[in-house]
Design a binder for this molecule. Structure first.
Ligand SMILES: [Fe+2]
Length: 172
């Protein structure tokens, strides 16, 4: 499910160097987004997104055979919903503002982590949702292999959980 989300034109990103010619590990993605957090193009891309209140917007800033990178701007209360990243490992880092990541527990006592800086990395097994906590937050996200599909989770009419496949064109 996409809530108030809209893609945005992609800005230019300085070439990424020193990348291995293979899929990156979660640790390598973590290091990459940590570096990108300090790139002025990333901050500029986030500032240009200007989502409306309650929305989030994103820009796709890099894609090659092994990696894609997105910048996401969040407003307070904007929320991805529960999802996974199909076959991709990923990492995110907060550039400005604050976001909260929730990881589901079946008993409802979800694991909650709030980031005003830094972030997290994860493998394809990871299920989470992320929401914006500030009037405007910006984060940078990297996925390897590139994010082609995602699973979104919602409850069916009978209350049971189901996974819906979406493409990366729908949502990062
Ligand atoms: Fe995610």
């Amino acid at each position: 499910m996409v809530i108030g989300a809209a893609p945005a034109p992609a800005p230019e990103l300085e070439p990424l160097r020193h990348l291995p010619d293979r899929p990156l590990t979660a640790a390598e993605l973590d290091a990459l987004v940590g570096e990108l957090t300090h790139r002025p193009e990333i901050a500029a891309a986030g500032a240009a997104l200007s989502p409306a209140a309650g929305d989030r917007r994103w820009a796709h800033v890099h894609r090659d055979a092994h990696l894609d990178v997105w910048v996401i701007a969040w407003t307070a209360g904007s929320d991805t919903g529960w999802h996974d990243h199909d076959a991709s490992a990923g990492a995110f880092s907060v550039v400005a503002g604050q976001v909260t990541e929730r990881r589901p527990r079946l008993d409802g006592t979800h694991r909650v982590r709030t980031f005003a800086s830094g972030g997290a990395s994860f493998g394809p097994e990871h299920v989470h949702r992320i929401s914006g906590d500030a009037p405007l937050s910006v984060s940078v996200h990297a996925y390897s292999p590139p994010l082609r599909r995602m699973g979104h989770y919602e409850l069916g009419d009978d209350g049971t959980l189901r996974r819906l496949l979406v493409t990366y064109d729908d949502e990062p």
